[in-house]
Design a protein around this ligand. Structure first.
Ligand SMILES: [Fe+2]
Ligand SMILES: [Fe+2]
Length: 494
């Protein structure tokens, strides 16, 4: 069937709400959070006369005042770990995560939960506001009132401040309650990306990298995967083009963990596998940037450098200060991840050997993630379905057929994140495969629909559901290319 036959046209799916503003609000919100983050940081270092500060205040004023003029008011509020701009929850990007985290930690420490700007502000007011905020003593319950008092002293009445609303049980953010799992997964996911980034920077700067933090994060990921693997698997649809290396390592780790779980690995082995996944490409930190990011194909010399990354990875890992956290299985896993079953990959070996289990698992996860992520030399990635077909074509020669079978069972015939057309003419995004292998063609999907306001609605339906007469309510007709429909799949998983 051709897409032109559909009643749902691509334009309709990507249609913006009439006023255009609501969908932009998230972008503005991200911008605003970054501005507040930088403002707080600079003002902690410099006094109010500083040139850098003043310049940034000007830039921030533009964002803040444009928003107030458009919306009439600006309210930025924290509820649990989320920011709401004028009542709309802000979704953050990978780049925005640091700012979100910084701001929410700083506000929470000072027990500030909401800031409302009722009318446009000028340079002086904004500076008074920022300095009053950073000077609040941490942990004081009356901070919001003190803050307002300070503002009043400066004759500022257009800014209102409210205390943090403590949601019950918030203290134990890491105890895994069902409804919090998604939040935890998000936190672990972004924190791990940040930590990998740190580790790579440390290695490049010839400093000792701290892998204990990675281990703690891997343990949290193991916990999450054991509870419900589909949440973390959903995170792998966040394909960040600019942060490829970090994002990729985390994705490989998630896929590997989910496979390890199916193989019945113990928590300890899973943690080791998780860390190996995170570190599998660590050797690339020694490959020149120009080679890694080259848009054209590599020449022989460049390929030579690239092919050294598994071995260099081994060298790096063996030089870690906390070598105690690393065991031979992990080292071999890193060495093996490009060997391929017939040893046609790299490094070239002098003697035949069997590819280790960790190596074989990571190889599948690695290939799948690389194929489904846009790269500088291949802007349109393979769809999940195409990637699986390619892996299957190369089974026995390159991959372990049994592990590949497990992997396909894991991501489903309709892998998580696939865009599918249903017989009801609705579009859906595969959210979770059916746990019964008999019903792999009946996953749970999120219907792609928009509310009257134009926000993406998240209605989750299980394709196993039948009507009164025993007929399936919905079935998948085929998969579609999300790019053609301008659908940002990752948004549905955040
Ligand atoms: Fe690699
Ligand atoms: Fe890789």
């Amino acid at each position: 069937m051709e897409t032109t036959e559909l009643t749902i046209k691509p334009e309709r799916v990507s249609q913006k709400p009439p006023e255009g503003m609501k969908s932009d609000l998230s972008k503005w919100g991200n911008n605003l959070v970054t501005k507040f983050h930088v403002l707080m940081r600079i003002s902690q270092i410099y006094d109010s006369k500083n040139v850098a500060l003043n310049q940034f205040v000007q830039e921030s004023l533009e964002t803040i005042n444009t928003l107030i003029k458009k919306e009439g008011i600006l309210s930025l509020k924290i509820i649990r770990d989320d920011f709401f701009l004028n009542g709309q929850r802000l979704r953050y990007s990978v780049e925005g995560f640091t700012s979100f985290k910084y701001l929410s930690t700083q506000w929470k420490k000072r027990l500030i939960g909401e800031v409302i700007f009722k009318s446009p502000v000028d340079e002086e007011k904004l500076k008074d506001f920022i300095y009053a905020l950073i000077n609040l003593e941490e942990g004081r319950e009356e901070n919001a009132a003190l803050f307002e008092e300070q503002l009043a002293n400066h004759h500022i009445t257009s800014i209102e401040v409210n205390p943090l609303e403590v949601v019950e049980g918030e203290e134990e953010a890491f105890t895994l309650r069902k409804e919090d799992q998604r939040e935890t997964a998000k936190k672990v996911f972004f924190e791990t990306i940040g930590t990998i980034k740190e580790v790579i920077t440390q290695i490049k700067g010839k400093q000792y990298a701290d892998v204990r933090k990675l281990k703690r994060l891997a343990q949290k990921a193991v916990h999450l995967v054991i509870e419900d693997e589909s949440i973390l698997l959903g995170m792998t649809t966040i394909k960040n083009y600019d942060e490829y290396t970090f994002n990729h390592s985390v994705n490989v780790s998630i896929y590997s963990l989910a496979m390890g779980k199916r193989l019945g690995f113990s928590k300890k082995t899973l943690t080791e596998l998780g860390i190996t996944g995170l570190l599998h490409d660590i050797g690339k930190s020694k490959v020149p940037r120009e080679v890694l990011n080259k848009p054209a194909s590599l020449d022989e010399e460049e390929w030579g450098m690239m092919k050294k990354h598994p071995l260099m990875g081994v060298e790096i890992v063996l030089n870690l200060k906390q070598l105690g956290e690393i065991n031979p299985r992990m080292v071999v896993g890193i060495f093996d991840h490009h060997l391929k079953s017939d040893l046609s990959g790299y490094p070239k070996l002098f003697r035949k050997k069997k590819v280790s289990l960790f190596g074989r698992i990571i190889q599948i996860a690695d290939s799948y993630d690389a194929m489904t992520t846009p790269r500088i030399y291949k802007k349109t990635p393979y769809t999940p379905e195409q990637a699986l077909a390619l892996l299957l074509r190369e089974r026995t020669v390159h991959f372990d057929p049994l592990l590949l079978k497990i992997f396909i069972g894991l991501v489903g015939i309709f892998p998580i994140g696939s865009l599918v057309l249903l017989n009801t003419r609705e579009l859906g995004i595969v959210y979770k495969p059916n746990h019964d292998p008999k019903w792999l063609d009946r996953p749970t999907v999120i219907l792609v629909a928009r509310s009257e306001k134009g926000d993406a609605k998240k209605e989750v339906v299980d394709l196993i559901e039948t009507d009164g007469a025993g007929r399936y309510q919905r079935s998948i007709v085929k998969t579609l290319d999300p790019d053609k429909y301008h659908i940002d799949i990752a948004k549905y998983f955040l």
